[in-house]
Write a protein that binds this ligand. Sequence first.
Ligand code: NDP
Length: 311
Amino acid sequence: MTDRLVFYSRMDNPEPWRAALRTALPDLAFDLADFVTDPTGIRYALVWNAPQGFFARFPDLQMIVSLGAGVDALVARDDLPPGVVITRLQDPMMSRMMASYVLFATLRMARDIPAFEAAQRQRRWTFVEPRPLSHTRVGIMGLGELGLFAARECARQGFTVSGWSRSPKSEPGIACHAGMDSLPAFLAGCDILVCMLPQTPQTVGLLNAERLAMLPQGAGFINVARGAIVDQQALLAALRSGRIGQATLDVCTPEPLPDDHPLWTLDNVLITPHVASVALPDSAAPQVAENIRRLRAGLPAHDPVDIARGY
Ligand code: NDP
């Protein structure tokens, strides 16, 4: 019997996924969750923010694939079927798209563009001496699928790049730090800090007032990970005082940011509505297909999410 994949997302158009999966794995049946009457043979679920109780509808389920790189909402659920493997999309195009956002935000700060934007609003021709990018130290928190790619791209542009992760890493051209003990020294060396960590019980609130104060005076801050990793009140205070000179926030908490939130009012903050990167069906589907082929062959899926670790 053909095995089946069920798709659920209120944000993503299923049709490009249907087409891309048909190309990658022609014998896989693709069902939209809203139209499934008989769940028999549904072994895989490709989902984003599925409602509570969703997975219990599918007794044959073997693998849940998160439609994004962030699995914080998925692993925090209490209705995950036991024994079902969870994977997330690892899409080279998603990494590239994320790196383009990080490059935009770091270059904007390093080239003093916010100062020119402000001067232009006042019709002032204000010269600020350009500095070589090597004079700007960019620190990337999280050297995973997305973080390492972005770190390499920043290094390729000529920034002086360091990175911070849980386990030790070695990467040419990037000064790698690992573990909590190294966090103060890492933060002290970031003219621009880029947060690319997953949201887990260990990272929620990690960037609190004390740690933000470890950054150099006037440092830039870019968050493309999750808003809850940063203490929003501490961030607000640091931005108001100029302790943090500039921030680019693609994520915040809550999302959407309420229209009366004070972050909207700060001149030194650029806010984008969680658009830094998305998974693209054409480049992500082959990886989903490969894992399905592995499960069919009785092999373990590549890179399963560690539910206890949270990413
Ligand atoms: P990965 O899981 O591939 O990598 C996570 C990295 O963070 C790893 O290097 C890991 O260390 C490190 N890390 C995790 N916990 C800790 C900790 N407690 N202390 C230090 N380092 C830690 O994630 P991705 O790179 O794929 O994605 C990162 C996040 O980006 C996602 O979780 C998601 O929230 C966000 N995202 C945002 C998008 C947007 O549009 N704004 C789009 C897509 C993702 P180690 O290597 O040692 O395991």
